[in-house]
Write a protein that binds this ligand. Structure first.
Ligand SMILES: C[S@@+](CC[C@H](N)C(=O)[O-])C[C@H]1O[C@@H](n2cnc3c(N)ncnc32)[C@H](O)[C@@H]1O
Length: 254
């Protein structure tokens, strides 16, 4: 997994037409959800799958005290550079979310956004990761997870994603994915293609991984099993965030 994202780190922003704009938009939407749940003061936030910083930098820009971790050292390092470039103080380090390097109750909120959790292919790994998120959250702290809209996707089992363009004219790059569904209808292998202009031709980068497409009900059930209360899915039309967003609260200690 780290290898997939280490290889992608330098080109990750090409997935977006305008990565800086997406960072600001996503940060604004998550900030509204966080402040409406926890109050208006800045929160201590862990982004445990920060990648190159799309949500972490966006939330730091909104005044939160954000720490970023990611299993990919190259992605986490780039998130640190992106924060520094904007004059933001944002500690980052490489870490597996199944073994977070923080003490119990450290954060007000934990974010795991843009389809990071579906990298886990078993309930056991998912529960280990969710258990770690719970452990580092303070009592009644806020969990935010976003995934692709898999309830809809599982009904149609698409074989590809639409091409995403970045840049213009001869500098234009193209990103798309091919998906091969397993017989269980839940897991799919993906090939992630990036076409990058190279003189009169294209350089083609292909990276491969497997995802597990959990329904909203399945993920809410696991979140409850891991010790969270009030799991609630919120849709993009309500939050302004580009993916469905699951929020839940760390169950208070009894
Ligand atoms: C689709 S990317 C999203 C990254 C970031 N949230 C963003 O939107 O730019 C998924 C991220 O999950 C990270 N990831 C996958 N498995 C992980 C694990 N076990 N622990 C921590 N991060 C992990 C990957 O390295 C990758 O950066």
């Amino acid at each position: 997994m780290a290898r997939f994202y280490d290889r992608l780190a330098a080109d990750y922003h090409l997935i977006y037409d305008d990565w800086d704009g997406a960072t600001e938009r996503q940060g604004r939407a998550l900030d509204t959800v966080i402040r409406s749940a926890l109050g208006t003061a800045p929160a201590t936030v862990l982004d445990c799958a920060c990648g190159i910083g799309t949500q972490a930098v966006g939330l730091a820009l909104r005044g939160h005290r954000v720490t970023g971790t990611d299993i990919s050292p190259a992605a986490a390092a780039r998130a640190g550079r992106e924060a520094a470039r904007r004059g933001l103080e944002m500690p980052v380090r490489a870490a597996d979310m199944r073994a977070l390097p923080f003490g119990d109750g450290t954060f007000d909120a934990v974010v795991c956004a843009d389809n990071s959790l579906p990298h886990f292919l078993t309930d056991e790994d998912l529960l280990t990761a969710l258990g770690e998120m719970r452990r580092v959250l303070r009592s009644d702290g806020l969990l935010l997870i976003s995934t692709r809209p898999y309830d809809r996707i599982r009904r149609s089992r698409p074989a590809s994603t639409a091409p995403q363009l970045h840049g213009a004219g001869s500098g234009r790059t193209v990103t798309f994915q091919l998906w091969d569904w397993h017989e269980d209808g839940e897991r799919y292998d993906l090939e992630h293609f990036q076409l990058i202009p190279a003189g009169d031709d294209w350089r083609v980068e292909v990276r491969r991984t497997t995802y597990r497409a959990l329904t909203e009900g399945q993920l809410a059930g696991l979140v409850t099993e891991a010790g969270f209360d009030a799991p609630m899915w919120r849709q993009p039309e309500d939050t302004g965030f580009f993916q469905p967003l699951l929020t839940a609260r760390r169950r208070a200690a009894r």
